[in-house]
Design a protein around this ligand. Structure first.
Ligand SMILES: [Zn+2]
Length: 440
């Protein structure tokens, strides 16, 4: 990519050299406003169903002026506009990680908060949910707020990973929904079963003869009371539930608190690793957001009970049952694999894995049956994850009026061989209209 500033109207000459055979001009492109930055001559994956792909994008201040053809975007340039020739490269919305610990567990990477933010931008993540927040951590993030550029949504701990119930300290930190705020309190986190502590709560042994039935931390009445109390106080609730017994309990608790009302606070269930088939329809029934892992270990794959073959990260089943269900992706780093959304994307669309020696490990057929198309997986990692954080009006797609959170990629994930997706590199990251990372 080459950055240049052109004198006067000389940029018109550029048009002769770039591809102007775009299918259609982009909608809502203002003609009276001038852009600060224009990316042109590339492919813009918008995640906007009304205009899925453009050639160029114009940015003014923190926001997107328009997405459309190179001609349209360059028409908003004047002598001070920064022009970036994509030379055919691809832009997409910044990745939204619905649930991560990169900030609160930064020590595991040996990083401080600025270093953790750099790691996120290097990997194209521009918005996230931080799912373990003590009062001390909230204070740390507030102190870091002047330097914080990743849109960060905090979920305050009501219970710890072994289920230890905390008091309602979070009442000192009301939930906010102000568009554009970088640091936000979204809600609270409740842990229903094991995972980081103890085992996930299942109704049959996951790996026969070895894993037991796991640990459910609360009674149904206890978890009902916690969800109801938080719902009444206006907090979004995120319930960690890995095994099917915990998922069922979490669904019951949310249904109890809603009592027939729509899920306007967007209560979510985290992980959802083993969803028993009878629990699939209940997400749609109560409007619950399932937050699901992307990457899956395929090399050295371990055998499991046939009971769970149809239940293991069942994206395809969830989406086939209800295409409008906002299934959201989460990386949950540093607990699962490296921070790399394109390894996660590769896993969701192929369910294969490249081993340390470079060999391709392939899945059993029941697991391969849960793969989803690239476009669908990208929605889980952008718009749907943004929805799960109340950020879908701000980010998650590239269209006029949203914040300019975007990434430039080394290849187009929609057109390259899906087996090569894991090697896609983030070459530039922009957050709120500011270039925050460039591949050296
Ligand atoms: Zn987590």
């Amino acid at each position: 990519m080459k950055v240049m500033r052109l004198p006067g109207l000389a940029f018109i000459l550029l048009l002769q050299g770039c591809n102007i055979s775009a299918p259609a001009p982009g909608p809502d492109f203002p003609t009276s406003e001038m852009a600060d930055i224009v990316f042109y001559n590339g492919t813009v994956i918008t995640m906007n169903e009304d205009y899925p792909e453009g050639q160029a994008i114009a940015i003014k201040g923190k926001k997107i002026l328009g997405v459309g053809t190179s001609l349209q975007a360059l028409a908003t340039a004047n002598r001070t506009t920064q022009l970036i020739d994509l030379k055919g490269k691809t832009i997409m919305p910044g990745i939204v990680d619905a649930h991560t610990h990169v900030f609160n567990d930064r020590d595991r990477f040996g990083l401080d908060l600025p270093g953790a933010q750099e790691l996120l931008f290097k990997n194209g993540i521009t918005s996230l949910g931080n799912l373990f927040c003590t009062e001390e951590f909230v204070a740390e993030m507030r102190a870091f707020e002047p330097l914080l550029k990743v849109k960060t949504s905090l979920f305050l701990t009501k219970t710890f990973p072994c289920g230890e119930i905390q008091d309602s300290w979070y009442h000192g930190y009301p939930a906010t929904r102000t568009p554009g705020e970088v640091l936000r309190i979204n809600g609270i986190k409740i842990t229903a079963d094991g995972g980081t502590c103890g085992g996930m709560a299942v109704s049959e042994e996951f790996i026969p003869g070895t894993t037991g039935l796991g640990d459910l931390w609360h009674t149904q009445d206890e978890i009902n009371a916690m969800v109801l109390e938080a719902d009444k106080a206006g907090y979004q609730v995120a319930i960690h539930a890995i095994g099917d017994r915990a998922i069922e309990q979490a669904q019951n608790a949310i249904a109890y608190a809603l009592d027939g009302r729509p899920n306007v606070l967007r209560h979510r269930i985290e992980h959802n690793s083993a969803i028993r088939p009878d629990l699939i329809p209940r997400y749609s029934e109560f409007g619950i957001i399932p937050v699901i892992f992307g990457w899956k270990k395929i090399c050295d794959f371990y055998p499991r009970s046939p009971f769970y073959e149809a239940a293991d990260f069942p994206y395809r089943t969830l989406i086939d049952y209800d295409p409008d269900l906002p299934v959201a992706w989460h990386g949950d780093d540093p607990y699962r694999g490296p921070v790399n959304p394109f390894i996660e994307l590769h896993s969701m669309v192929t369910r294969t894995e490249v081993s340390e020696t470079g060999a391709l490990c392939t899945p059993p057929s029941w697991l391969a049956a849960q793969t989803i198309p690239v476009q669908t997986a990208l929605k889980l990692m952008t718009l749907n994850a943004a929805y799960s954080l109340f950020r879908d009006d701000e980010t998650g797609s590239l269209q006029t009026g949203k914040y300019a959170d975007l990434i430039v990629l080394s290849a187009n994930p929609l057109t390259i061989d899906p087996q090569d997706i894991h090697g896609i590199e983030v070459q530039l990251t922009m957050a709120n209209g500011e270039i925050v990372y460039r591949l050296p």
